[in-house]
Design a protein around this ligand. Sequence first.
Ligand code: GAP
Length: 428
Amino acid sequence: MEKVVSLCKRRGFIFQSSDIYGGLSNAWDYGPYGVELKNNVKRAWWKSIVYQRNDILGMDAAILMHPKVWEASGHVENFYDLKSDCKSCKKRFKTADLADKNKCPECGGELTESRKFNLMFKTHQGAVEDAANVVYLRPETAQGMFVNFSNILDSKHPRLPFGMAQIGKAFRNEITPGNFTFRTREFEQMEVEYFVNPEDADKKLAEWIEYRFNWYLDLGLKKENLRQRPHAKDELAHYAKACTDIEYNFSFGWSELEGIANRTDFDLKQHAEASGKDLRFFDDAAKKRFYPYIIEPSGGVDRSVLAYLADAYHEEQVKEETRVVLKLHRDLSPIKVAVLPLLKNRPQLVELAKKIAQDLKKSHVTVYDDTAAIGKLYRRQDEVGTLYCVTIDVQSLEDQQVTVRDRDTMQQERIGIDKLGEYLSGKL
Ligand code: GAP
């Protein structure tokens, strides 16, 4: 993981937030390559969830919601961790992580009794800061979908089973954030709320676990680094009847990328009761009104990005040198093509290379780079996972051909400039 973290900073994937002020701990900014990778992960998820299925509708709900949402959802009462504070060094710990519940693991000082610590960030809406205008930063995107259940029924008239999908920021005042971007206080979620007939819930839960597991595999994660882990009863969230995590084998141990839960009819019933609105589904055929159950695949964008980076990181010995290469899946690679002139002091070469790059930009994410010798340019592109490097040399001016180098095999092919677009589109 250390090598991945260093690559992220060195090459512009992820930076420490507010770096020039000493950094805000456990907050991270995505740089030029990071934002591309993150967008590609989100795009791949949206494609597999919304575009490639017929039963899911996209959403983008506001982060700030009516405070009653969080009372009804149970988050005000139940969304907490137990914490213990050290009376000497004042450090705060998650009680569950402590081997000795009375002794500080850092300085040996005495710990306070463990107390509940609600994980929601609280703030105020408007100019006056009083209890009447408290709002929370949402700790999950899910509630934005539950409160729109009747809007979706009234506007789209879907039949069961159907789902809503949303990608967005969520916030939790974690007691022990850490492991780079794995656990942070601000993060992004990709969530589906899938409404089913209660009798079908177990079957649909199993189907979603497989569907989501395969998504990670299809985007290149190694099978041996991925596993499913059903939750024990005492681990379940306050709203869940069953849950299976998809875990990745990070250098710090097997850890959750996504949870797929059966939330039952808990949320719809709670919101119906608190709002006074009828949130039951009317089944035309059976002439029956009832609360559907909800199957919820809930994944983290940042955790997926971290797993894809860790899995793609390779070091290879090429002659005397170590080649660092990010073997990201082609849909995830931030840059698809790099156009590199062999000599930057030959105006004709540079002009041709820039024109080729400009043409390729119409179809693929393409960069032009002439700021170093070719060996160094290749290394730079390998490190960020660029799929193809197109080199323009003196010969190109005569035979109108360029060299295309494949990131993974490093094999090179001469291709006519007039065929280049078609050749790369075929590959990509
Ligand atoms: N709506 C259900 C829900 O929020 P969760 O297991 O608490 O379930 C879902 O969160 C996913 O969100 C996790 O699997 C993880 O990928 C991501 N996530 C949760 N807390 C996070 C944190 N503090 N930092 C980064 N990602 C987090």
